[in-house]
Write a protein of this length. Structure first.
Length: 490
């Protein structure tokens, strides 16, 4: 869709869209993957700079390069560079030099800044220091303990790796690789030798602060998690750092952050916008009928809405070289105006979202009809000649998108990404992988080819019961999250 104030086909301003898809290496999957930020147009980045390293090469300024390039591509970048200024190595070095640990840390930070200036590295958006964020660190440790993922021993707080099944999922290491004393300090009091410190009890000559567990100081890993979450939220797009930090530092950061902010079961199974649609289908003064069927219906309906909008965008893009200055047909213009009026009337009547959604779905059906009509016309003509119905399609798209935005039902990501997420959630609910589903589709295709329609129907029915709807198209069989029938009043 063209942005307001720019004709279809008019070139977008430079820096708004990369000529090639940006791909970044994902440590967990061990592969370069397409970069898709959580919020379209915005990127949240974090990395750490340890004051104990005084050379530019060991300070890992790498995120500056993607930050610069991301800004060139038109992204709004929020880059947080943490200073983990209180850890065992800093304290050891300060004691050896007969210097206060906090003073030594500040001196190293000043040297680091001079190096970054000489390297022409852009400054980050935020540059927090541990000493200014003790409160946030204590709050994060408390959350982890409340969720049963940490325990205390005589003023020390340890993360329990046994209570976190996904531990080592980032680095891909095996449990038997964690030999006591290699990367984590040996402490016979710990439940598991691999358990790492979140809070360390105070020792003479070390900086310390008051906490619910007594005076002490934070562990190294928790410092980064707390400061990143404070400025970026508990989920962000890019975590930079040296390869040598993947284990244990990044592994432990990931574990403690996920332990503090676990994904709820319902969010893991349903897209947030599907949950929002589910709730909006009931008036705010009425009781909500919670059921898996109603949630699956909302998920399937949302997929239908997004797919229609996405297909419409692709159809309009075929006419990019035309200005599309034709007027909208009178009957379509009337429908849009009536929908706008009805939508406002229902929303103004005690926020009647249910009735407003009903009117919106009628417009959605018209949009689907218009899209199909254009597709048929395109096949007949085999040419890119804009007609009145294309202008109507654009107007209908804009009206549906506008009303979805008012209701907060447009995804933060692109429509294509939202459709993928809805499919991923559907597969998770069905308890199968994309590969397993594809195998069943191929089995059904073979059964149809052999005229074994009983087997074909059996597979379709089995998948339907799992929330998967199949659609037989000339190009092959496609699938989408299904919309189960709802009982009256659901």
């Amino acid at each position: 869709m063209a942005e307001e104030g720019r004709s279809v086909g008019e070139e977008e301003p430079r820096g708004k869209r990369p000529a090639a898809e940006l791909r970044l290496f994902d440590t967990r999957t061990k592969a370069a993957v397409p970069f898709r930020p959580r919020v379209e147009g915005k990127v949240a980045i974090t990395s750490a700079a340890s004051p104990r390293t005084t050379t530019a090469t060991s300070a890992t300024p790498a995120p500056t390069s993607p930050s610069t390039y991301l800004k060139y591509l038109g992204y709004e970048v929020n880059y947080v560079r943490n200073f983990t200024g209180i850890d065992d190595k800093i304290i050891k070095r300060a004691n050896e030099a007969g210097e206060d640990a906090l003073s030594l840390s500040s001196r190293f930070i000043d040297e680091f800044h001079r190096d970054m200036y000489e390297l022409q590295c852009l400054p980050p958006t935020h540059e927090p220091r541990v000493t200014k964020h003790i409160e946030q660190i204590i709050d994060l440790i408390t959350k982890i303990m409340d969720n049963g993922k940490a325990y205390t021993i005589e003023g020390d707080v340890y993360f329990s790796v046994d209570n976190f099944p996904d531990y080592l999922s980032l680095s891909g290491r095996k449990v038997d690789q964690n030999r006591p004393g290699t990367r984590v300090a040996v402490d016979a009091r710990k439940r598991n030798p691999a358990d790492f410190a979140l809070w360390k009890s105070a020792k003479e000559g070390e900086p310390s602060w008051e906490s619910p567990w007594g005076r002490g100081r934070p562990g190294w890993h928790i410092e980064c998690s707390a400061m990143s979450a404070h400025y970026l939220g508990n989920i962000f797009d890019i975590h930079g750092g040296g390869k040598d930090l993947i284990f244990p530092h990044h592994e432990n950061e990931l574990a403690q952050s996920q332990a503090a902010y676990p994904e709820s079961e319902i969010i893991s199974l349903y897209h947030p916008m599907a949950l929002r649609l589910f709730l909006m289908r009931t008036h705010y003064r009425s009781d909500v009928n919670h059921s898996d069927t109603a949630l699956q219906f909302a998920s399937g309906r949302l997929y239908y809405i997004y797919q229609t909008l996405h297909d419409g965008e692709e159809t309009v893009s075929l006419y990019g070289e035309h200005k599309l200055e034709n007027s909208i047909p009178a009957d379509d213009q009337k429908l849009i105006e009536e929908n706008h009026s009805n939508f406002l009337e229902k929303m103004s009547d005690d926020l009647h979202t249910t009735a407003a959604l009903d009117h919106l779905m009628k417009l959605q059906q018209k949009l689907e009809h218009q899209k199909k009509k254009q597709s048929q016309k395109q096949q007949q003509q085999q040419q890119k000649k804009p007609e009145d119905y294309i202008q109507a399609l654009v107007a209908l798209q804009n009206e549906v998108t506008d009303k979805l935005s008012i209701l907060g039902l447009m995804p933060m990501s692109s429509l294509a990404e939202a459709l993928k997420q809805l499919k991923d959630k559907a597969l998770k609910r069905a308890g199968m992988t994309a590969e397993q589903l594809q195998q069943m589709i191929e089995q059904r295709t073979l059964a149809r080819k052999n005229k074994d329609f009983a087997e074909s129907d059996r597979i379709r029915t089995e998948l339907s019961a799992l929330g998967i709807a199949l659609m037989d198209e000339p190009t092959g069989t496609l699938w989408r999250p299904s919309e189960p029938e709802l009982a009256e009043g659901s």
